[in-house]
Each structure stands twice: as C-alpha cells, then as structure tokens.
Design a protein around this ligand. Structure first.
Ligand SMILES: [Zn+2]
Length: 225
C-alpha cells in the first residue's frame, strides 16, 4: 500500500514539473527573442498582414488583444488576434508568433483536415471538459464505480482533442517558418530564433497532452481502490 501511494505521489510531482517546466521554458524563450529586433523592421501586425495577403487572405482581419501570449485565430470571425507584446513589436518573437497565427488562418482557408477535425470536436470537448470532474466527484462520494468509469471516458475524450491539436499546431508553425524563409525577410540567425520560439510553443502542447495522459493513469488507479 505504501509503494502504491509513493508511485502516485511521484506521478503528481512529475506531472506538475512537466507542466510548470514547459510554461517557464516558453516564457523564457519568448522573452529572450522579444528583445532581439527583427531586421525587416516589421511589427507583428505588419508581418501578419503580409503573410495573409501573400496567401490571398486579404479578407482576414488583424486585431490587438490584451495579455501575454494570448494570440489566436478565430475561424468563426476570420480574425487573427495578436497580443500587445506581438502586435506592435518589431522583434523576432513577434514575427514568429504573428505568422504562426496566420498559419492557422491559412489552414482554415485551405480546409486543412486536422484543423477541421479539431474544430468539429470543440463543442463535445467543452461538455466533456466541464463534466468529467463533477461526474468523478459524484462517483467517489456515492461510491459508484460506473460513474468513475464515465468520468474517465469523458476525460479520455479531452485527451483525444489534445492529440488532434498537435498536428494543427505543428503545421501552423511549419507554414509560418516556410513563409518567413521563403520571402527572405529573416536572416538565418533570426529564422533560428523564430524556430526556437515556435518549438517551445509546440512543446507546451505536447507537455499538456502528456500531463493529461499522466492524470488519466492516476484516474485509472482510482478504479482499483
Ligand atoms: Zn497555434
């Protein structure tokens, strides 16, 4: 029994370490390359506009949103939202992130299948993501094993979503790097910087999926108790 508890304690420690570690790593990489000016002299918003126009997406709008690393693309509104540190910044990190979000806009316009699949899963995942914990707590308090299994199934559905997210994110970064390289508006060192920013961002998605799998193992352990 003692060994059983120790292994779960270790699992929790590893889960927390992976989660916090990757968050710290992306912030570190982002802040480092936020201080390196880009030789093109373009702001994140200007780089985004250029990439969107080059892909025939002049109808996609760009807006500024508050917060750090809050950048995203909304396929419903066709708006690329760039955070304050990206929108007006002329850094390597700003160009990398702005072009990554444009990569999502290009995916949407071209009907990139993993992105479509991810979009289709959103409503179901929102329900599963909101319900699994309640079902789990109910299962534990009422001692109903069936409810615990239902919670695990709901939780597993959210992991499938996280796994589908990975190719979508990798592809958006690939499109961003191909664009900045192809148009030659970044010299080699800056392309390297853009790549590390995007790689660290991708790593947080991989880590999030890994953390979820570790939590799933923990939940499966509950059913044995
Ligand atoms: Zn993305």
């Amino acid at each position: 029994m003692a060994g059983f508890n120790m292994s779960y304690l270790l699992l929790i420690v590893v889960t927390l370490a992976v989660g916090f570690g990757t968050q710290a790593y992306i912030k570190h990489t982002y802040r480092k390359w936020s201080k390196v000016p880009i030789s093109s002299g373009l702001t994140g918003a200007q780089a985004a506009r250029k990439m969107l126009d080059a892909n025939g997406l002049s109808h996609v709008a760009i807006e500024r949103v508050p917060g750090e690393l809050t950048d995203h693309f909304n396929p419903q509104t066709n708006i690329v939202s760039l955070s304050e540190g990206v929108y007006g910044s002329t850094s390597v990190a700003a160009t990398a992130i702005a072009c990554h979000e444009c990569g999502h806009a290009v995916q949407h316009a071209r009907g990139f299948v993993p992105a479509k699949l991810r979009g289709a899963l959103v409503p179901a995942v929102n329900i599963a993501g909101g319900a699994w914990m309640i079902v789990l707590i109910a299962g534990i308090f009422l001692s109903i094993l069936g409810l615990i299994w239902l919670a695990i199934a709901l939780y597993a559905a959210t992991i499938i979503f996280q796994v589908v997210t990975l190719p979508v994110e990798f592809d958006a970064s690939r499109r961003a790097l191909a664009y900045v390289k192809g148009y030659g508006f970044l010299p080699a060192t800056e392309t390297g910087g853009a790549r590390s920013v995007l790689t660290s961002a991708a790593l947080t998605y991989v880590a999030a999926a890994l953390v979820s799998v570790l939590q799933l193992i923990y939940l499966l352990g509950l059913t044995r108790r």
